[in-house]
Design a protein around this ligand. Structure first.
Ligand code: ADP
Length: 594
């Protein structure tokens, strides 16, 4: 019922006032009652003494003169009194004591009178008559040490009790007024205390809901004011701390989301708790889908759980290479320690080394290829030169044949070295490009003319299709010349006698598209994805025999891509091959300028 401080305070104040009034009122009324009653009793006593003094004159021979006493008492003006003789017979009564007058001459006895008749100096008692409170007094009349009679008086206490009742009523009215005033004052007082407390409670509630912009107006310097001040200090400190935490969190999140390496964090029981965007990309998942799961359930093939357990057991970081589909990942597993060196979780940083691995493999293959490509002609040259030195040079015919072989092999080596140098320059970007808008068909015609002899030797027809209005394209003349020559030379080389070669130049959006198609031997489907790799050849022996270096398509792709275009190849074994490349078309304005 008394839930709020306000109601408790009001209740306590009212209770205090009530108790104070009750106690003081009780004390006051008791004392007043005692004083009023004593006053009536004293009065009765004085009258008794006065009466006794007067009645002593009616003592005759040790007895009271009944006649005289009766007469005297009939004229006694003050109060109610009767006089008994030594036998307890009523011999006189005051006029106000009518009923006692009727008792005249009769025996009178009660608890007050009996002790007086035997000499008890004073007997008092209380009683009630017709609902009126009374006090009684019996005093013996003594003459020559003998009780000769008793004076019996009674006095009313009504007046005294009426006054007491008035005072009690006044006190109760005062108490009621005091209670009312106290109730009002305590409501106001309680409000001054509970108002700020309520405000603090309300603002603390707002803070619990996440709104930390809470301040309290401090209106006093008392405890309530101090509470407000402390609350304000607490909120500003809390806000500052939260801002600091948020700042740190933002920094950590920015690092996590922008780092190139994948990061996975696992809780103490091995469940996934963080997956950064790089890890999402590397592993092809979404963080929300795997949170709370165990790595062995999400990526059973990665065997991450074993690595995590090992790092936790050994209490130190470890690095492990993981093959995840086509990707090669380097996983740095670091166990985290919580309070009291308890394992708190594990962090795994995933470094995608697929590209690095691929490059490394390519570098190894490249060195092996170059060595191999050079070794064959060098061995041939060496053996022929040795044979010549051993005497074969003596025979002019043999000498000429051997020297021609040596020449062909050195030519091939020179070509190989030239192509390699060219590729390396393209890789390093150390070539100065002279990019201008040119007509592709004109360049195509030039290349076809250049290869007319080998094509004619094989009786190949070269069909040229130039779409009307084909744009000029932006390229370096020498470089594109080489691309087209490489493609045409391949088409001629790998197309049997009487075959057909078609070249096609047309616009393709903002690009110029060039197609070189032949009806040659074609390339098996499985070789197509690797055909642009350096030294990749379908039939190594045949290509070498034909004088190829295995670098022609690689150089063509490098040049086309550096010009901002793309190259692709499609082929069907036994039917023919089609190589398509695009290069940016020159804008009309640019071509006019040139
Ligand atoms: P190469 O100097 O050996 O011609 P390329 O890089 O130009 O080197 O070509 C690589 C390989 O691709 C060739 O050895 C050949 O096996 C295959 N190739 C290229 N063009 C054609 C084509 N038009 N028809 C069939 N095979 C081709």
């Amino acid at each position: 019922m008394l839930r709020s401080i306000q109601s408790k305070l009001i209740f306590v104040y009212l209770l205090l006032i009530l108790v104070a009034f009750q106690l003081s009122g009780l004390y006051l009324l008791k004392n007043l009652e005692r004083a009023y009653v004593r006053q009536v009793e004293d009065d009765l006593s004085q009258r008794a003494q006065l009466l006794i003094g007067q009645l002593s004159g009616y003592s005759v021979g040790g007895k009271l003169d009944a006649q005289g006493v009766n007469q005297f008492m009939a004229s006694w003006p003050v109060g109610n009194a009767i006089v008994l003789d030594a036998n307890g017979t009523v011999i006189g009564a005051t006029p106000r004591q009518q009923e006692h007058a009727a008792l005249l001459g009769k025996k009178f006895s009660n608890d007050d009178v009996s002790p007086a008749l035997v000499g008890a100096p004073k007997t008092t008692s209380r009683g009630e008559e017709n609902g009126e409170p009374m006090t009684y007094l019996a005093v013996p009349l003594i003459s020559l040490n003998r009780v000769i009679g008793v004076v019996y008086l009674k006095g009313s206490l009504k007046e005294a009790y009426d006054r007491l009742k008035n005072i009690r009523d006044m006190l109760m009215t005062a108490a009621a007024i005091a209670l009312g005033a106290t109730a009002m004052l305590s409501v106001m007082l309680a409000r001054t205390i509970t108002g700020p407390v309520r405000e603090v409670t309300r603002k603390a509630g707002e803070m619990a809901g996440g709104n930390f912009n809470q301040t309290i107006e401090v209106r006093s310097s008392d405890e309530v004011g101090q509470l407000g001040e402390m609350f304000n200090r607490m909120t500003s400190r809390l806000k500052q701390t939260l801002e600091e935490i948020q700042g740190e969190k933002n920094k950590a999140e920015a690092i996590l989301s922008h780092m190139a390496d994948g990061l996975l964090a696992f809780g103490a029981t091995g469940q996934i708790i963080i997956v950064n965007p790089a890890a999402e990309r590397i592993l092809g998942i979404i963080e929300a889908d795997v949170l709370g799961q165990l790595p062995q359930h999400v990526w059973p093939e990665m065997k991450l759980d074993t690595a995590l357990a090992k790092a936790r057991e050994e209490g130190r970081s470890l690095t492990q290479e993981i093959h995840f589909g086509p990707q090669v990942l380097l996983a740095h597993v670091t166990p985290l320690q919580g309070e009291r060196s308890q394992p708190a979780g594990t962090v795994v940083v995933l470094h995608d080394i697929t590209e690095m691995e691929k490059l490394e493999r390519m570098r190894r293959d490249f060195v092996a290829n170059v060595s191999h490509e050079l070794k064959t002609p060098l061995t041939t040259v060496k053996s022929y030169v040795e044979t010549l030195l051993d005497g074969a040079a003596e025979e002019p015919e043999v000498r000429a044949r051997f020297l021609r072989v040596v020449e062909a092999e050195t030519d091939r080596m020179a070509r190989l070295v030239k192509d390699l140098l060219h590729l390396s320059q393209l890789d390093q970007g150390s070539i100065n490009w002279d990019i201008q808008p040119y007509e592709v068909p004109a360049l195509m015609e030039e290349c076809v003319a250049k290869l007319a002899v080998p094509a004619g030797r094989k009786n190949l027809s070269i069909r040229r299709v130039y779409a009307p209005g084909v744009s000029q394209a932006l390229f370096d003349r020498d470089k594109l010349h080489q691309v087209i020559l490489n493609l045409l030379a391949n088409a001629i080389e790998f197309t049997p006698v009487k075959g057909e070669i078609t070249v096609d130049v047309r616009n393709d959006g903002a690009m110029v598209k060039v197609t070189v198609k032949d009806s040659g031997i074609g390339i098996p489907k499985e070789d197509l994805p690797r055909i642009f790799e350096r030294f990749y050849r379908v039939d190594k022996a045949r290509s070498r025999m034909l004088g190829g270096t295995g670098l022609g398509l690689a150089i063509a792709r490098q040049i086309v891509e550096l010009l901002g275009g793309a190259i692709s190849i499609d082929s069907e074994l036994g039917k023919g091959t089609e190589v398509v490349f695009t290069i940016p078309a020159a804008l009309a304005a640019e071509s006019e300028v040139s």
